[in-house]
Every structure is written in structure tokens, then in C-alpha cells.
Design a protein around this ligand. Structure first.
Ligand code: PEP
Length: 247
């Protein structure tokens, strides 16, 4: 696994140009925090401007369409996102799986399109609360990994997996450190099954209500290589609190 924790902010459908000041402040501070790899995924409308304002951190897209182009009103292809300045794409976020009925197969196509366009990908997986209560969390995550992560040893370094239990996103609730470690070890095992030795080095992020005051504890869980952060990435102050905790 990469030595440096990878802390990625997902701005979701938040942000107008007024928020570029936050990206600038995060970028300035990241210069001093070289022990952490920092990235932001703003809405498509801010990718280009964020790339210009924040020159040191990674900038990515929150989604891409699987097709190269064509009659897909309102969608954005991987090549377009890359051209706007995105170096990576998040795919399979639970909000997209739920709101847009995205299947594992579609998520995989999106990941493949992003890689084909020259981007890295963060593939999100995670169980719902009912699935956890029914003892199915590991099976659900295994199926999501098998169905939505592109395979091929040469792709391993381009792929990060984010484990985000759906019930922990935006709720202020988090799994225990032990539960996170158990799931991350399970994911590691599946990645090694899928990618061989290369699977040992792939990054696995935790996401779900990560905040400055719980980040150090959650990031210390077994096999956690960083965090995917929603709400707490919207201001430089709180996002930097997480980055400092990760350093
Ligand atoms: C997310 O949406 O990826 C996320 C983890 O959100 P939050 O940090 O707000 O729970």
C-alpha cells in the first residue's frame, strides 16, 4: 500500500464559484502537508476552475458516462471530464447507485471508460443498514467488487476502492474501528483474489461521516489507506482538520 494516506473530498452537488476560495485554501495548506495525498471532486461545473485555482492537489469528477460521446443529454464523458482537468473519477457512489439505479455492470463500464480516458478511478462499495443487520454486509461488498471493479493486473495501480457503508454516509454514524478493519481485510482478500500480488498495494479508503474529531481513529483501522469525505470536505477548515489528523 502507498505510504501516504489519500484523503479525497467529495463535494457532491454543492458549490458555485464562491467555493473556489475553499479549494485554494486547501491547496495552499496541502503544500505544507506533504505526508498526505489530497484530492477534491467538485461538481463538473467547477472542475476546470478548481484545477486552475488548486495546482497541487488532485482534482477529479464525481461520475462519468460510460460512452465516449453521443446523444446522452446532460451527461459528461470521461474524456470531457479529463479535458476539463479531472485526473480521476469516482464511480459507483451509493447516491448514484440509489438515485440513478446504477448497477454493478454500469459502474464497471464507467470505471473502464475513465481508465481508457487516462484517469484513475475510485470505485465505491458498501452495504445498507438492512443488509448489515441481516449479516450480509461482506457478501454484498464482495458482489459489488466482483461486478463493478475492472480486472487486469496492469489496472491495479489506477484503481482505488472506497468502502462506504450507506448507513454511515451523512448520518454522523460510523462503524466501529473493528468493523471497519474486518471489512477492509475482507476487501483486501478479494482484491488479491482479483489482481494477484498487485491487489496487496491497492488503496482502500473508508468513507462515511469522517470528521476532524474521528479521523485519526478511523484512519488507524486495519487496511485503511485514507478517507473519502463528503460533508466535512465542504470547508477548508474541516477538511484540513481531517488532513492534519491523517498526517
Ligand atoms: C460520501 O458521500 O462519500 C461521504 C462519505 O459523505 P459524508 O462524509 O458526508 O458521510
Amino acid at each position: 500500500m502507498s505510504e501516504r494516506p489519500y484523503i479525497v473530498g467529495n463535494w457532491k452537488m454543492h458549490g458555485t464559484r464562491a467555493m473556489l476560495a475553499e479549494a485554494r485554501a486547501i491547496d495552499r495548506a496541502a503544500e505544507r502537508l506533504i505526508k498526505v495525498e489530497v484530492a477534491l471532486a467538485p461538481p463538473f461545473t467547477l472542475i476546470h476552475a478548481c484545477r486552475k485555482e488548486a495546482t497541487l492537489i488532485g482534482i477529479g469528477a464525481q461520475d462519468v458516462h460510460p460512452a465516449d460521446g453521443g446523444a446522452h443529454t446532460g451527461d459528461v464523458s470521461a474524456a470531457m471530464a479529463k479535458d476539463a482537468g479531472a485526473g480521476f473519477a469516482i464511480v459507483g457512489h451509493s447516491e448514484r447507485r440509489a438515485d440513478h439505479k446504477e448497477s454493478n455492470a454500469l459502474v464497471k463500464q464507467k470505471a473502464e471508460a475513465a481508465i481508457e480516458a487516462g484517469m484513475n478511478v475510485i470505485v465505491c462499495v458498501g452495504e445498507t443498514e438492512d443488509q448489515r443487520d441481516e449479516g450480509k454486509a461482506e457478501d454484498v461488498v464482495a458482489r459489488q467488487l466482483a461486478g463493478s471493479v475492472p480486472t487486469g493486473e496492469e489496472l491495479a495501480e489506477k484503481i482505488t476502492v472506497a468502502y462506504e457503508p450507506v448507513w454511515a454516509i451523512g448520518t454522523g454514524r460510523t462503524p466501529t474501528v473493528d468493523d471497519i478493519g474486518t471489512m477492509h481485510r475482507h476487501i483486501r482478500g478479494k482484491l488479491v483474489d482479483m489482481f494477484g500480488e498487485a491487489g496487496e498495494a491497492m488503496r482502500i479508503l473508508y468513507g462515511g461521516s469522517v470528521k476532524p474529531d474521528n479521523a485519526a481513529e478511523l484512519l488507524a483501522a486495519d487496511e485503511v489507506g485514507g478517507a473519502l469525505v463528503g460533508g466535512a470536505s465542504l470547508t477548508a477548515e474541516s477538511f484540513l482538520g481531517i488532513i492534519v489528523a491523517a498526517a
